[in-house]
Design a protein. Structure first.
Length: 259
């Protein structure tokens, strides 16, 4: 997801000031698979336009000042749609730290959506999405601490790309780290990248951190990541996002990872 404009520090949360005319939104869901057990751990919710247009299209419709409203609308729609589809595993939702002005106040609509949909809080995971430098890591850490206090899991998305660095990981201390597609793509051919991933897996095991490899597109990538110790995976190889649906993962795709 593209980055929202960073919120001014200590700005009052505009929880009651929703700018008008957001585009119509839909949600697609992509499975996250435990390749070791063969089970679908959960699904990531991905914002789409009314005819399934991708997230980049959605963000092109957003004008400055609408970032908070979009963030809140995506959370609510993801939870309500997941509940309607009877999603039983983990629901992962992207969030834009720059759109969260005050963690507790800006969480109230999310809590209402979960309560009204009877969706358990412990099955929600929020992914920190930042493609540029995180302007205020302590603010993001405060968000993560607040979410953890409510029973949510948190994840750092796109690790290994841009500013999602080891230093940021140490500063934020999420529950989950998602390896960027570029690391996944390079791992089968590049020994240095493979070593980097293996070191991350070793660190994760020592620190109770879960690792998800995202953007898996080929069986070769899946086999390589599995050999490096990554068992949680996501990508087109397993299933493309389903618009308003929960795609199933073909068993032969998982079996092929072990060949």
């Amino acid at each position: 997801m593209p980055q929202a404009n960073p919120a001014p520090p200590h700005h009052r949360c505009p929880c009651r000031s929703f700018p008008a005319a957001l585009p119509e939104l839909t949600m697609a869901f992509q499975p996250i698979v435990n390749v070791h057990t063969g089970r679908t751990l959960g699904y990531e919710a991905l914002v789409r336009g009314p005819q399934g247009q991708d997230a980049a299209w959605v963000f092109r419709q957003i004008v400055p000042g609408q970032e908070y409203a979009l963030d809140q609308a995506c959370r609510t729609l993801a939870i309500r749609t997941a509940a309607r589809l009877h999603l039983r595993g983990q629901l992962s939702i992207n969030f834009l730290p720059g759109a969260v002005y005050e963690p507790h106040a800006c969480l109230q609509q999310t809590l209402r959506a979960a309560r009204d949909s009877a969706f358990p809080l412990h099955r929600l995971m929020f992914e920190v999405v930042e493609h540029e430098q995180v302007p205020d890591p302590p603010h993001v850490r405060a968000i993560i601490d607040t979410y953890r206090a409510h029973g949510f899991l948190t994840a750092l998305d796109d690790y290994g790309a841009g500013h999602a660095t080891p230093a940021l990981l140490m500063a934020l201390r999420p529950d989950v780290v998602k390896l960027d597609r570029h690391l996944v793509q390079a791992a089968p051919q590049d020994a240095g990248t493979a070593l980097r991933i293996r070191d991350m897996v070793r660190y994760a095991r020592q620190s109770s951190l879960h690792v998800i490899a995202e953007g898996i597109e080929t069986v070769q990538e899946a086999r390589t990541l599995l050999r490096l110790g990554v068992t949680l995976m996501q990508g087109y190889y397993f299933a493309r996002p389903g618009l308003g649906a929960l795609p199933t993962v073909a068993r032969d795709r998982i079996r092929a990872c072990h060949s």
